[in-house]
Write a protein that binds this ligand. Structure first.
Ligand code: PNS
Length: 162
């Protein structure tokens, strides 16, 4: 059984992330979408909300499941029997940091990282840009799953009203 993990903050998940999950699921027996629990960084969505959204979004894919982790990713990989970390690479600007993390994870525990080149449709996309555009009333339809769109509108109208 080959299990891959797609780790991240997913605050919120975008269609670029989803594209990577689905392509990873075509190569592995099982894909775990691993949401990092980071208590020092407050997000727009709580960890529970991110997990709920992700579960809704990956529901059509039987070999993708959602989980959360804290601490080192390599420890989570060992505990879950993960054989590869799968990440999306959008542009050369992602490369330096991703290379550093991939090499550190290999050095720490011999865990391989596999990069999937992001679909050009989504190469400009990031969770933070989606939040910024949405916050100022820009249209992010088609860039995030519908499950995110709904909650983003609700969340931002609460925030703006507060
Ligand atoms: O979506 P993000 O925030 O860019 O994802 C970053 C993530 C979660 C993949 C990375 O920060 C991570 O793996 N964190 C877990 C802690 C860890 O293992 N750090 C050492 C990385 S070499």
């Amino acid at each position: 059984m080959r299990t891959a993990v797609c780790p991240g903050s997913f605050d919120p998940v975008t269609n670029g992330h989803l594209d990577v999950f689905v392509r990873a699921a075509a190569m592995a027996d099982e894909v775990i979408v691993g949401v990092l629990i980071n208590h020092t960084k407050a997000g727009l969505f709580t960890i529970e909300e991110r997990i709920e959204i992700l579960r809704e979004v990956v529901a059509p894919y039987p070999n993708i499941r959602v989980d959360s982790f804290h601490g080192l990713l390599v420890d989570y990989c060992r505990d879950q029997g993960v054989t590869a970390i799968v990440k999306g690479l959008r542009a050369i600007s992602d490369f330096d940091y991703e290379l550093q993390m991939a090499q550190m994870n290999y050095r720490l525990a011999g865990v391989e990282t596999v990069f999937i080149t992001t679909n050009p449709l989504y190469s400009f996309l990031s969770s933070s840009l989606v939040k910024e555009v949405a916050k100022f009333g820009g249209d992010v339809e088609g860039l995030v799953p519908d499950a995110v769109l709904m909650r983003l509108r609700a969340k931002l109208s609460d925030t703006m009203g507060a």
